[in-house]
Design a binder for this molecule. Structure first.
Ligand code: IPE
Ligand code: IPE
Ligand code: MG
Length: 242
């Protein structure tokens, strides 16, 4: 293991459908198993003392999937929040949501809100679920809010900076991700934390999400530990400061 632990890991949990197909199962079976793996992932991150874990559970673009699949994913998201409520409280893990909670079906939203409230004071780790989340949509929301504030005379154009833009996004309470892991073999971000990942390290795994293990998590963390993050500066500058 490494002594450079990422403070915020964000995971694009991809490959449920392909995994299910490879086992001659319906896509839904992949999602069901994916939920179990998500539980293992938050426990593993908690045990490794990672302060922030963000899981991409349902994207803004995923609303375009067949109704039946969307309904199932919504049910699973609600069940995840409800079933894990007590364990999250016991582990002192706060659950949060980024994306558009209002767009979720009412039963799902209620279950999630129940867990958001129950874990509000928990401080050992933050587990953020990205639900109905898309960074472009989040930016649109922020720009609209900024325009409304400007129109109301609460904000001058010259006062708009990176921090004020962030403050209007649903990710405003989150630090930027240090490490983004994507399973399932695709090498893209699919509208996940585009603004926030400007300086993130990316790690791609061919393993489909239902087969993700703690070993892969540790490999990603070790790979992260070996990378030099320069934030635009030169290796010599960094060495001089070390
Ligand atoms: C990720 O698995 C889960 C969600 C996007 C909700 P997919 O359902 O995208 O699985 P593949 O990529 O089709 O295998
Ligand atoms: C990204 O996976 C979204 C989630 C994991 C929730 P997708 O399967 O939806 O992404 P694309 O369509 O391959 O880009
Ligand atoms: Mg996919």
């Amino acid at each position: 293991m490494t002594d450079r632990l990422p403070q915020h890991i964000a995971i694009i949990m991809d490959g449920n459908g392909r995994w299910a197909r490879s086992q001659d199962l319906p896509r839904g079976a992949g999602h069901e198993r994916g939920v179990k793996v998500a539980e293992h992932a938050y426990r593993a991150c908690h045990e490794r003392r990672v302060p922030h874990l963000t899981l991409y559970a349902f994207s803004y673009s995923n609303w375009r999937r067949p109704d039946e699949e969307v309904t199932m994913l919504m049910r699973l998201c609600g069940e995840f929040a409800e079933t894990n409520r007590d364990e999250l409280v016991e582990r002192n893990i706060r659950m949060r949501v980024i994306g558009d909670l209002e767009e979720l079906p009412t039963p799902t939203r209620h279950r999630i809100e129940g867990t958001l409230e129950a874990t509000e004071a928990c401080r050992s780790m933050t587990l953020t679920l990205a639900l109905g989340y898309g960074c472009r949509n989040d930016l649109v929301g922020a720009v609209r809010a900024i325009a409304a504030h400007a129109q109301a005379g609460l904000l001058l154009p010259e006062e708009i900076d990176e921090d004020s833009i962030r403050s209007f996004m649903t990710t405003s309470e989150l630090p930027d991700p240090d490490l983004i892991i994507r399973t399932g073999g695709e090498k893209r971000l699919s509208d996940f934390l585009l603004f926030e990942s400007a300086m993130s390290e990316l790690y791609f795994s061919h393993t489909m999400w239902p087969e993700f293990t703690e070993e892969i998590l540790d490999k990603a963390i070790s790979a992260y530990g070996r990378r030099q993050r320069r934030f635009g500066r030169t290796p010599e500058q960094l060495a001089a400061e070390a």
